[in-house]
Design a protein around this ligand. Structure first.
Ligand SMILES: [Zn+2]
Length: 362
């Protein structure tokens, strides 16, 4: 039997309608049910997925690309159709606001992102944006009037695909001066296109060199809620349809370059080497051990890039480059790299005579 897409509010809330903690108490028009239009929501998710640089069913939507700009237009149009007042800031964070009857109060916001890593799926952050717009539609259809303003936010560049910076829009909203400076002066993509040029091409940062206009004043919001699909297998394995987030994941990444003497692999004998490739490999293993020892099931660390220079079978690696991605706190990762940790494992990759440089990525 097909599961009905429309469900009454009672099922979503878990509360009987007339209980005192019901948010509709005090409203003159008490709704009897709130029905999500699941078919229309699915149609929008499918339509949005067509703004992609790779063929269906994959979705590739990179920051400020033509497809990203078209997808943003699609979202702004939907916000308009829902009667929201739409605002964009200098980097393209998009806000759709439904004024409450006390609009001076800090708003309640919800939303997510629509940029998509190469060959990703169509749901990812999209559910949190389109779902939020539909949630507003549901409340409007019910006759509800919010006390605080409700706002749907589309955050620019949650994914680091283009400029190596994740959560770019929300970090700026949080007031990161360091990031604002880097975006204006040094940030380029793989094609050496600057962030500023890419943003201008997409219609942002027009005459705004001052990214501090993106920073939010404290007290702008009283609450924020994000709906997001689970991108791992845990809920499915446990047969659960939804989970509640209990902690915030802090993504961090670091680029590390080692430097050794190199040399001919046949001529330089083992006791005389400082093999920088082995140093990099041992750091990769140290990252794994560090994460496993953290005692946190949600902490992950990955060495996704490991390049050896000169990269020949008969040449001792002299300049390896690796990039570590961690979902953790950046301070912890730095303490690992600076090797003040008493764990002897952390010292193994400090092969004598090998230099290590590292750069914290944004
Ligand atoms: Zn996402």
């Amino acid at each position: 039997m097909k599961t009905p897409r429309s469900r009454p509010w009672r099922i979503f809330s878990g509360y009987p309608l007339h209980e005192s903690n019901n948010p509709f108490d005090g409203s003159s028009s008490l709704p009897t049910s709130l029905s999500v239009d699941g078919d229309s929501l699915q149609r929008q998710i499918d339509e949005l997925s067509t703004f992609s640089d790779t063929p269906a069913p994959s979705v590739t939507r990179i920051l400020y690309s033509e497809k990203d700009v078209l997808a943003r237009r699609y979202i702004k149009n939907l916000m308009g159709l829902s009667g929201l007042s739409v605002r964009e800031d200098a980097v393209g964070n998009i806000f759709g606001r439904w004024d409450g009857y006390e609009p001076g109060l800090p708003a309640v916001a919800t939303g997510s992102h629509i940029d998509a890593i190469p060959y990703s799926g169509k749901y990812d952050g999209v559910v949190g944006v389109l779902g939020a717009i539909e949630a507003i539609n549901v409340l409007k259809r019910s006759g509800f009037r919010p006390k605080r303003s409700l706002e749907v936010i589309l955050f620019t560049s949650e994914e680091p695909t283009r400029f190596g910076i994740s959560c770019l829009g929300s970090r700026l909203l949080a007031g990161s001066v360091t990031l604002a400076e880097a975006l204006k002066k040094t940030t380029v993509d793989g094609q050496n296109i600057s962030f500023v040029d890419a943003a201008r091409l997409a219609g942002y940062m027009k005459d705004e060199d001052d990214l501090s206009s993106v920073f939010l004043n404290s007290g702008s919001y009283s609450a924020f809620l994000e709906l997001h699909i689970e991108q791992g297998p845990i809920l499915e394995a446990e047969g659960l349809s939804i989970g509640i987030v209990t902690a915030i994941a802090a993504p961090a990444s670091i680029k590390v370059d080692f430097e050794g003497n190199g040399g001919h692999a046949g001529a330089v004998l083992m006791p005389n080497r400082n093999d920088a490739g082995l140093a990099a490999a041992e750091l990769a293993l140290a990252v794994e051990k560090h994460v496993l020892d953290s005692g946190s099931i949600d902490t992950v660390g990955t060495v996704g890039i490991l390049e050896l220079h000169p990269g020949a079978i008969n040449s001792i690696p002299s300049k390896p480059h690796l990039e570590i991605g961690m979902i953790y706190r950046v301070q912890k990762l730095q303490s690992l790299l600076y090797a003040h940790n008493p764990d002897p494992c952390f010292h193994m990759w400090q092969i004598p005579g090998t230099l290590m440089r590292n750069e914290e990525m944004k």
